[in-house]
Design a protein around this ligand. Structure first.
Ligand SMILES: [Zn+2]
Ligand SMILES: [Zn+2]
Length: 218
């Protein structure tokens, strides 16, 4: 466990094979990391661009979800290192790859805001770091559009329960948004309740369409 932790903390070696260089070497990336097939955020029906099915649109205001990786042991290790071990290089490494998957109709990039205590503890919001890389790669502006009012623990809850609990967690943070096509960035999507609630708030502020992009999904 200690050696695992020291590998994760060591800034310039591969967390899988310990080779000096980057956080994940190219060999380990292709060997351990599984791309995620794009699919509807609600029912998981396969779709090339991750569009929400017409029949699922009544359940979620998200137009589309783009995901880079399948959430498994290997990708969880990367995301854990990003969130809890200060390994910001992962946001750049995976953010660049995620940007390549995002359709080119996006006009503004935003991100799921952290709650205050998590932000103070970490000193950064991993979703924002990923979003900044995506924005740079795509040449699309980024803006913090949302404020988090509270954080509700979601572990182990059903999707319906999570959707109910997430209501009222966010508000618009200011600036004119009407008419834009916005993409919200987050690290991981599970039920889609958080992204759905962010999308609902943005749509209520007049945003034309809201899609999302995440590093990983089950
Ligand atoms: Zn390696
Ligand atoms: Zn669907």
């Amino acid at each position: 466990m200690l050696s695992l932790i020291s590998k994760i903390i060591a800034p310039h070696s591969c967390i899988f094979c310990n080779t000096e260089g980057r956080t994940v070497c190219d060999g380990c990336f292709s060997q351990h990391i599984t791309p995620r097939t794009q699919a509807c955020v609600w029912c998981n029906r396969l779709d090339d661009t991750g569009r929400t099915c017409r029949s699922c649109r009544r359940h979620t205001p998200l137009l589309r979800l783009t995901t880079l990786l399948r959430l498994d042991e290997a990708s969880e290790r990367l995301i854990y290192a990003l969130k809890y071990h200060g390994n910001r290089e992962i946001a750049a490494l995976l953010g660049r790859r995620l940007a390549q998957e995002i359709p080119d109709d996006v006009e503004l990039i935003t991100f799921v805001p952290s709650d205050g205590p998590a932000l103070r503890r970490r000193g950064y919001n991993q979703a924002e770091l990923i979003a900044r890389t995506v924005s740079d790669e795509l040449g699309v502006p980024i803006r913090p559009t949302l404020l988090r009012l509270r954080h509700t623990p979601q572990v182990g809850q059903s999707r319906q329960r999570r959707i109910e609990q997430t209501k009222g967690n966010f508000m618009i943070g200011g600036g004119a948004l009407a008419g834009r096509r916005i993409c919200i960035i987050d690290d991981v999507v599970t039920t889609g309740a958080t992204l759905g609630e962010c999308a609902r708030v943005l749509r209520a502020a007049g945003v034309r369409s809201v899609s999302a992009a995440t590093l990983a999904r089950k």
